[in-house]
Structure formats: C-alpha cells, structure tokens
Design a protein around this ligand. Structure first.
Ligand code: SF4
Ligand code: SF4
Length: 81
C-alpha cells in the first residue's frame, strides 16, 4: 500500500489536495491535511503538483499499479498517451 506522509509543520491548510484528489484520500482536520483513505490512492500524484507547500510525500508507490492506471486511461481514450 502507498504510504502518504503530510508534513504538518509546512502544510498551510489550503485544502487544495482535499479538493483535487480524485480518490478522496485527504480531509482537513484542525487546519491541516490528513490522510484518511491511503488504500484508495491510485498514485496519480496530482496532490504533489498542486500542493503549494510541498508538504506531501508518497512512499512505496508501485510502478505496476501506475502502469495499470495509465493503461486503463489509454483504453478509455482509445489511444496511447
Ligand atoms: S496521488 Fe492522486 S490519488 Fe493519491 S493521494 Fe494524491 S491526488 Fe489522491
Ligand atoms: S495542498 Fe498542501 S498545503 Fe494545502 S492542505 Fe494539502 S498538504 Fe496542506
């Protein structure tokens, strides 16, 4: 399972990761982002790109899962990205 770490010292509680994550992995609690569903993460890494504080770290991402997601997306679009 993907291990997601939030640096609560640098998170500014903007909520962008909460709204951007397609799998509803985050929730704001006490003004900082908190991981509530790590098992649902599909490793798209959108949260990394959107976080203005660089507060999010993912560990143990398996490339095979990422490839599986990409293949699914390609299949839906009926073309290779
Ligand atoms: S990598 Fe994607 S699915 Fe995982 S927590 Fe970030 S936005 Fe959500
Ligand atoms: S996007 Fe970054 S700074 Fe904003 S709530 Fe999420 S972890 Fe915190």
């Amino acid at each position: 399972m993907v291990n997601i770490l939030i640096d609560k010292e640098v998170c500014i509680g903007c909520g962008l990761c909460v709204h951007d994550c397609p799998m509803k992995v985050y929730e704001l609690k006490d003004g900082v982002s908190t991981v509530i569903n790590p098992e649902d993460c599909m490793a798209c890494l959108s949260c990394h790109e959107i976080c203005p504080s660089n507060a999010i770290e993912h560990r143990d991402i398996y490339l095979s899962r990422r490839l599986y997601v990409d293949l699914e997306v390609c299949s839906m679009l009926r073309r290779f990205i």
